[in-house]
Design a protein around this ligand. Structure first.
Ligand code: PXP
Length: 237
């Protein structure tokens, strides 16, 4: 069964809407772990629009499973990760104006930079994952850059507006996962997954972990985060 990483960014989004002290992402992480998730994911964006530095520092101290810090390859953020030492970093592309991460990292185009960031983080005993589109060229470049883990972007699949388009994207995802596993990568997946569309992805053989945020936090508003996480684990099962 694929593991579940819970992305708690949007707990911080609600807090930042009022620049208040609550809701606390650290409490959300604790309750998600109690409900059985396998890791906690947060994205420290360059504009600090939701998660802020103090959250990551607090999560590093309190997370009992594994902290997966999503971040860009910008130098000051990489410096921060080297100081805090989360168990894992996932490198994502970042644009200031985007509402959420729009696409995968272009490892081919940014090869030298990505390779040097992986090497720096690995030097601090931090596992590094690259968030890439389900594109075989990007997957091959990830291995050449020294990545041992990738996260495949499921956004195109999640946004497909017809059954036919979704089936096509699912085939692309399966091919990408199969290829990545065959060349020795640990393969995670995420973005846009919800309680309905997660099941077809969860059964793809070779997927290690699914990283899910928005749909879980949206459900948590009505049922509480513990129930929302348990329900998602149930759907993955
Ligand atoms: N994985 C990565 C790399 C992401 O950037 C995000 C969004 O922060 C997610 C997973 C979670 O996506 P969603 O919030 O759509 O579930």
């Amino acid at each position: 069964m694929a593991k579940l990483g819970v992305n708690i960014d949007h707990v911080a989004t609600i807090r930042q809407a009022r620049k208040a002290a609550c809701p606390d992402p650290i409490e959300a992480a604790r309750l998600s772990e109690e409900a059985g998730c396998d890791s906690i994911v947060c994205h420290l964006r360059e504009d600090r629009r939701h998660i802020v530095d103090a959250d990551v520092i607090g999560l590093k101290k309190t997370v009992r499973t594994r902290l997966n810090l999503e971040m860009s390859a910008a130098k000051d953020i990489v410096d921060f990760a080297c100081r805090i030492k989360p168990e894992q970093v996932t490198i994502v592309p970042e644009k200031r104006q985007e509402v959420t991460t729009e696409g995968g990292l272009d490892v081919c185009r940014n090869f030298t930079k990505v390779r040097s960031v992986i090497s720096r983080l690995n030097g601090k005993s931090i596992d590094v994952s690259l968030f890439v589109n389900p594109d075989l060229k990007q997957i091959d470049a990830s291995v050449r850059a020294g990545a041992k883990i990738i996260e495949i972007h499921t956004g195109e699949y999640a946004n497909a507006s017809t059954g036919k388009a979704r089936a096509k994207q699912l085939t692309i995802l399966k091919k990408a996962v199969h290829h990545a596993v065959s060349i020795g990568l640990e393969v995670n997946a995420g973005h846009g997954l919800d309680y309905d569309n997660v099941t077809d992805v969860a059964v793809i053989e070779g997927i290690n972990e699914l990283n899910i945020g928005h749909s879980i936090i949206a459900r948590a508003v009505f049922v509480g985060i513990g129930c929302a996480v348990e329900e998602m684990i149930g759907r993955i099962k």
